[in-house]
Ligand binder design. Structure first.
Ligand SMILES: NC(=O)c1ccc[n+]([C@@H]2O[C@H](COP(=O)([O-])OP(=O)(O)OC[C@H]3O[C@@H](n4cnc5c(N)ncnc54)[C@H](O)[C@@H]3O)[C@@H](O)[C@H]2O)c1
Length: 397
């Protein structure tokens, strides 16, 4: 792919899970990308030609970008006036009260604005609280700055960013017509379809998407618990309900619904709606309650006090190295209270706390699937295995 209008693009948070794949794709397309990243260890890793995390398709892309001379690095406080577009991809967490930490975002934006010049496009790509973009647009106008402010949320699934960035339709919005046109042109140049919304609509669209998925997973997790109460097999019920019956295509499998975005974004939406999002809040209770439910089920038939429990997979999802907000760690905490020993393994997550799979299999009295890594698909064991995902291959398959 070659773009018609190469631009100079700075990415604030350019070493992160969203920022880095985006930078690589933009560089590959012909833009000049400046990575602005506070984590110096991450910068060193990238500069050495190694990805700081797993992302399909980056093995060749990263060295190619570095060799192009159009993939460069700059410090947090660097001058941004030489750029055409500044894209913000920093984290936007909720605090300990499940409220969005807007102040941290504001602080970064304040510093970014000071280093920008008039005529530039500021594109917010982090998932933000509804109203943040319009407010930013007003701040810029109040300061009599002529900076175009747009919000174009990232919608990739971690691990598939390189493929999805040039395939998924891109939501674009701007605080002015000019900002919207510039953002639209930028993504159209990459060959992706664009869908125009107002900034608040785009903010809500992103939050609705993640909340919808989170609530949807909770339905299946609730049904899983119901099936368990009655000694029925949820996986068999799910297979029957979805077989040749397209009306149930959206019926998710049960499993840990976690990670850095789904719960956080559902809580952002609740917070926006005066803390009233009963479906989202109930979804949190169901999804976050699942690890305790699984342990309680085991304890009905097995005394765990002298037992060793093993967890297969600590990442928040299968075939992924990201353990942020993974429910496997919540499961580990509960098992640590109930069992003598807890052993955890994961082929992707880098952590000194983990032990080899073979040890977990041989020493555990009960096993829990924590993440659906392909490596586990054919595991069998004489010990009980709790597989809430219905992931392990059964004899009939
Ligand atoms: N991870 C995903 O799959 C995904 C998908 C869609 C949207 N999002 C959203 O994108 C945003 C970023 O998520 P992420 O997973 O990439 O987070 P991340 O923590 O992986 O990346 C953020 C990066 O920003 C850096 N950073 C923080 N402050 C900075 C500053 N002042 N200057 C420069 N760099 C700074 C951090 O060191 C980090 O490397 C969040 O709003 C998230 O909700 C994430």
């Amino acid at each position: 792919m070659t773009i018609e209008h190469p631009q100079r693009v700075a990415i604030i948070g350019g070493g992160g899970r969203v920022g880095l794949p985006l930078g690589l794709v933009l560089c590959e397309a012909g833009h000049t990308v400046t990575v602005i990243e506070t984590n110096t260890a991450v910068i060193e890793t990238i500069q050495s030609g190694t990805m700081p995390f797993d992302e399909r398709g980056t093995k060749e892309l990263l060295p190619r970008s570095l060799a192009s001379g159009r993939f460069v690095f700059s410090s947090e406080e660097s001058d941004l006036s030489q750029q055409d577009i500044i894209i913000v991809t920093i984290g936007t967490p909720v605090d300990e009260y499940l409220d969005p930490d807007v102040r941290a975002f504001d602080r970064v934006i304040e510093s970014v604005l000071q280093r920008m010049r008039d005529g530039q496009l500021l594109m917010i790509r982090s998932t933000v609280f509804p109203g943040v973009t319009e407010r930013l647009g007003r701040q810029v106008t109040d300061k009599e700055r002529r900076i175009d402010v747009s919000y174009c949320p990232e919608r990739i699934a971690q691990g598939y960013a390189i493929e999805e960035l040039t395939k998924l339709p891109q939501l674009v919005s701007g605080c002015s017509e000019e900002a919207t046109i510039r953002a639209t042109d930028f993504f159209s140049d990459l060959g992706v379809k664009t869908i125009e919304l107002s900034p608040t609509e785009a903010e809500l669209c992103k939050l609705f998407t993640n909340s919808y998925r989170y609530i949807n997973f909770s339905i299946s997790n609730q049904f899983y618990m119901t099936a368990q109460h009655y000694g029925a097999d949820f996986t068999r019920i799910h297979a029957a309900a979805t077989q040749d019956y397209s009306r149930m295509n959206g019926f998710a499998k049960a499993g840990f619904a976690a990670g850095p975005c789904l719960l956080k974004d559902t809580m952002q939406l609740a917070s926006f709606n005066h803390n009233l999002l009963p479906l989202g809040q109930h979804a949190m209770m169901v999804n976050e309650g699942l690890p305790r439910f699984l342990v309680d089920q085991v304890m009905k038939t097995q005394d765990l006090r002298q037992a060793t429990a093993g967890i297969l997979g600590m990442a928040f999802k299968g075939n992924c190295d990201d353990s942020r907000s993974s429910l496997s760690y919540k499961l580990k905490k509960i098992l640590t209270l109930e069992c003598k020993t807890v052993l955890c393994t994961d082929p992707y997550v880098p952590s000194s706390d983990l032990v080899p799979l073979e040890r977990v299999l041989s020493e555990s009295d009960v096993l829990f699937v924590g993440a659906c890594h392909d490596e586990y698909r054919d595991i069998t064991s004489p010990k009980p295995i709790v597989d809430v995902f219905g992931f392990l291959r059964t004899e009939k398959e």
